[in-house]
Design a protein around this ligand. Structure first.
Ligand code: ATP
Length: 231
C-alpha cells in the first residue's frame, strides 16, 4: 500500500523539468518535498496527480500501474491534488464547490464532513467562493479534497500568503488528515513546520532527488543549508 513515482520525467512543451524522479509515499505517512524555487516541486505534484503527462517513468498506487490515468480517475482512486493557487470555482457557492467533488448520493455526508473539518465554511455555504478571504478559500480547497475521503493528498504550498492563525488551523487539519490514515505529499514554504509533521523528506534539486531520508537526518547535513537555507 503506497504511492510511487519511478523514473519519472516530465516537463512543459518539450522542456524537461523532472529528470528521473524515484519517490515513494508510504501508506499512512507524511512526506515533505523541499527544494529551492524552480527545483521542480510543483511539476512533480502535477505529474503525480495526472495533470501533466509523464514523458518517461511510471506511477504506481497500491501495486497497480496508474501511469497515464486522468486526474479525475486518479482522484477516484483517492489520489487528490490541492493545487497552488487553490483552484476553487469563484463564481460557484461554497456548497456547490464541495458538491462537485462529493461522491454521488453522498452530498449531505460530504457537506457535514467539510463543515466538521472547517466550521467557518459552514457559515458560508451559500456564499460565492470568490468573495471569501484567501484563508477561507484555502480551507475550501482542502475541504474539497477531504470530502473525497482521500488516500493520498498532494498539497502545494497550502499555507502560502496566509495569516499565522490560519496557518495553524491548516496544519491542525493536515495532522487530522494524517491521523485519519491519509498519506500526504507536502510542498511547504514553512520548512520547519513541514519537517515537524513529516516522516520522510525528499530534497529536489534540478528535477532530481538530491536527498531522501528522515527529517532528523536532513537537519544534520550540509545539504540542508545548501538547498533550503537554515530552515
Ligand atoms: P517554486 O517553489 O518557485 O514554486 P518549484 O520547485 O515548484 O518552484 P516548478 O514550479 O515545478 O518549481 O518549476 C520548475 C521549472 O519548470 C521552472 O524552471 C519553471 O520555470 C518551469 N515551469 C513551471 N511551470 C511551467 C509552465 N506551465 N510552462 C513552462 N515552464 C514551466
Amino acid at each position: 500500500m503506497s504511492f510511487r513515482l519511478r523514473g519519472v520525467r516530465a516537463g512543459y512543451a518539450g522542456v524537461p523539468v523532472l529528470d528521473g524522479i524515484d519517490l515513494t509515499v508510504p501508506d499512512r505517512s507524511v512526506v515533505a518535498l523541499l527544494g529551492v524555487n524552480g527545483a521542480g516541486k510543483t511539476t512533480l505534484l502535477r505529474a503525480a496527480s495526472g495533470l501533466i503527462p509523464l514523458t518517461e517513468g511510471t506511477l504506481e498506487h497500491d501495486g497497480d500501474d496508474v501511469t497515464g490515468l486522468r486526474v479525475e480517475d486518479l482522484a477516484r482512486r483517492g489520489i487528490c491534488h490541492v493545487p497552488e493557487g487553490r483552484g476553487v470555482f469563484p463564481n460557484l457557492t461554497v456548497a456547490h464547490n464541495l458538491l462537485l467533488f462529493a461522491k454521488p448520493g453522498r452530498h449531505d455526508e460530504a457537506l457535514k464532513r467539510a463543515v466538521d473539518a472547517f466550521p467557518r465554511l459552514g457559515e458560508r455555504l451559500t456564499q460565492l467562493a470568490g468573495t471569501m478571504s484567501g484563508g477561507e478559500q484555502q480551507m475550501l480547497a482542502l475541504a474539497r479534497a477531504y470530502v473525497q475521503s482521500p488516500k493520498v493528498v498532494l498539497l502545494d504550498e497550502v499555507s502560502m500568503g496566509l495569516a499565522p492563525k490560519i496557518v495553524d488551523e491548516i496544519f491542525a487539519f493536515l495532522e487530522r488528515l494524517a491521523a485519519e490514515g491519509a498519506s500526504l505529499l507536502l510542498v511547504e514554504q514553512y520548512v520547519e513546520r513541514a519537517l515537524a509533521v513529516a516522516d520522510v523528506v525528499y530534497l529536489i534539486d534540478h528535477g532530481r532527488v538530491a536527498f531522501c531520508g528522515e527529517p532528523q537526518e536532513l537537519a544534520n547535513r550540509d545539504v540542508f543549508a545548501e538547498y533550503v537555507g537554515a530552515g
